[in-house]
Design a protein around this ligand. Structure first.
Ligand SMILES: Nc1nc2c(ncn2[C@@H]2O[C@H](COP(=O)(O)OP(=O)(O)OP(=O)(O)O)[C@@H](O)[C@H]2O)c(=O)[nH]1
Ligand SMILES: [Mg+2]
Length: 563
């Protein structure tokens, strides 16, 4: 039997790889089976692969394997591996990110990292939540007329969108500033503490502010004796619950990372404190690194890995987009505040029965394309997107920009507003400023059509304002014809095309030229002269000039009517 050697993978990744020389691939599978059985003892949950050492003598691979190992008890590993004849290795994944690779990061609950991130950012299946809406009474220059009551309502809707969670109580608390260590002033702090501790139904507290600092979080949690959430962590939970596709899951994983960094930094500070007092630093692998240091290194690697995977998916999207452009389908991105009715509107415009609107915030986390038809019978792709919301950290939104890239490159953007919502103007402002922050090309920004959805919920006697867009009801299918016409106009303009009915001789070269160079959406015999055909075409301005040059100028019998 070959001798066992223990290798440290590399200096910066203090994890331990165990492998043995002289393992040949002939008996590799026998050993692999044997080892897989043994490894159940220590790591049945981890997606490890075993390969002959000969294939993996590159230090870069060693580095990668480290990623999968941070939570295995090192001593147990040492014991188990020293009996074996194998290198424990992550499947060869150099730069290629294949399906297996993605599965290891996004899907299984066995995933090491997922377990760990849940430890740092625990999720409960059920919570009965005390929702607190802080309200700064002075100092903020609110441009829009949102009120603390409306903000509280949204905070409640966020909690209710979480499966299994409910609201136990709610309250608006006036603040002088956000800077306090315990977030609230001492009077309010004591009052809330009593409230929470007295009310047995409360199992968690949601403070509807962007993010709480680590120390505020700690302080509040200690005082209340229950988990405390801010908007960032609540939305992360929502994303986790609603993410179904691989891409959305990766983006959620990306969105979690800054939070986990902050938690680790906090832990790290705790460890440093301990060093002086008790000398309780945990040495691992003899290198003297703390557990937190190892976790940090692992997190850094994890971040890189997710970024790579997202980058790969982004490229894939770019390919899809290129394909789409080749097919020359114009693209209409549908954006708007969460729950405004984006998915419902696309469903109504396209008749796509598979789409599922839901009365939940962030019901849609995946960007999906849906084919629709304009009045001129030109096909368009509607792109459903993730909704926007106020008061979230930008990095949370940024993690979704890969999917929003489609919106950035659309020919036309539909901005869906829920006109039945009392806070619609503040919501619309938030959407506009988010779009601006996303650095959408100024040409596209010019092509925004505002749609005022849910008019069926607005009482008839309330006048409709101009800035509330084209009135429609996706649910009741009202106003869709006008909207489709408007979309058509915008698309034709944005893509430099015209919709024309051209009269050409039946069976002539004009007709075949148009079939080849333009999109013919309909044809009919000319009712005045059956020697001629009326062709309905969508054609670029450049192509139309060519058509005129070739046919119209020289042939007085070919006519065009501009619609
Ligand atoms: N009464 C009425 N309800 C509507 C209308 N349009 C959408 N809804 C409802 O509003 C809720 C949200 O609709 P969605 O289409 O899921 O909204 P969304 O903008 O896609 O939401 P997110 O994906 O969560 O951001 C659902 O309960 C819909 O049934 C409408 O015109 N009238
Ligand atoms: Mg949706």
């Amino acid at each position: 039997m070959a001798s066992t050697q223990v290798y440290r993978t590399c200096r910066t990744v203090p994890r331990v790889l165990y492998f043995v020389h002289n393992t040949n691939s002939k008996n590799f599978f026998t050993y692999a089976n044997f080892f897989l059985k043994r490894s159940v003892l220590i790591s049945s949950k981890y997606p490890f692969y075993f390969t002959p050492l000969s294939q993996h003598n590159n230090p870069r691979y060693m580095y990668r394997i480290g990623l999968e190992l941070p939570f295995v008890n090192i001593l147990t590993l040492k014991r188990e591996f020293s009996k074996s004849n194998f290198v424990l290795w992550k499947k060869d994944d150099d730069t290629e990110i294949d399906d297996d690779y993605l599965k290891t990061i996004d899907s299984s609950e066995d995933n090491v990292f997922e377990k760990w991130s849940r430890e740092l950012l625990p999720v409960a299946d059920k919570h009965s939540v005390f929702v607190i809406q802080p309200h700064v009474k002075w100092g903020t220059k609110k441009k829009w007329n949102t009120t603390p009551e409306l903000q509280l309502e949204e905070a409640v809707a966020l909690v209710q969108s979480l499966h299994g969670w409910q609201v136990a109580d709610k309250m608006i608390i006036g603040l002088k500033s956000f800077k306090k260590k315990s977030f609230f002033g001492s009077g309010n702090f004591e009052m809330l503490k009593k409230n929470v501790r007295r009310n047995e139904r409360i199992t968690a507290v949601f403070i509807s502010t962007k993010t709480l600092s680590s120390s505020q979080h700690r302080e509040l949690q200690r005082a209340f004796g229950v988990p405390v959430f801010d908007r960032y962590t609540i939305i992360i939970h929502l994303f986790r619950q609603h993410a179904t596709s691989r891409e959305a899951k990766l983006q959620v994983a990306m969105a979690e990372i800054p939070y986990i960094w902050s938690q680790l930094n906090e832990r790290d500070e705790g460890t440093i404190d301990k060093r002086g007092g008790t000398g309780g630093v945990q040495g691992v692998g003899g290198g003297g690194e703390t557990v937190v240091e190892i976790q940090k290194q692992s997190l850094a690697l994890r971040e890189t890995k997710i970024k790579q995977a997202l980058e790969k998916l982004r490229k894939h999207r770019t390919l899809l987009r290129a394909k789409r452009q080749k097919m020359e389908y114009p693209v209409v991105a549908v954006v708007g505040y969460t729950n405004a009715g984006k998915t419902s509107l696309i469903k109504a415009l396209t008749g796509d029965k598979n789409m599922q609107p839901e009365n939940k915030l962030f019901a849609t986390l995946d960007v999906t394309n849906h084919m629709g038809m304009l009045p001129c019978r030109m096909k368009v792709l509607y792109v459903d997107t993730v909704g926007f919301i106020s008061d979230i950290p930008t990095n949370l939104l940024e993690s979704f920009t890969a999917t929003l890239e489609d919106a950035l490159l659309a020919d036309v953007i539909l901005h869906v507003m829920d006109v039945s919502h009392p806070d619609r103007m503040a919501q619309a402002e938030n959407v506009k400023s988010t779009l601006q922050n996303l650095q959408i090309a100024s040409d596209t920004l010019k092509n925004i059509i505002v749609v005022g959805n849910k008019i069926d919920l607005v009482p008839n006697d309330i006048p409709f304002e101009n800035d509330e867009g084209i009135p429609v009801s996706a649910a009741k299918e009202l106003g869709l014809t006008v909207l489709k016409r408007r979309i058509q106009e915008a698309i034709l303009e944005a893509t430099d095309r015209k919709f024309l009915i051209i009269r050409v001789p039946m069976g002539g070269t004009e007709a075949s030229w148009l079939y080849k160079e333009a999109t013919v959406t309909d044809t009919e015999a000319d009712p005045d002269n059956n020697q001629f055909l009326l062709m309905h075409v969508v054609i670029t301005n450049a192509k139309f000039s060519k058509f005129q040059y070739h046919f119209v100028i020289n042939n007085s019998e070919t006519e065009q009517k501009k619609l």
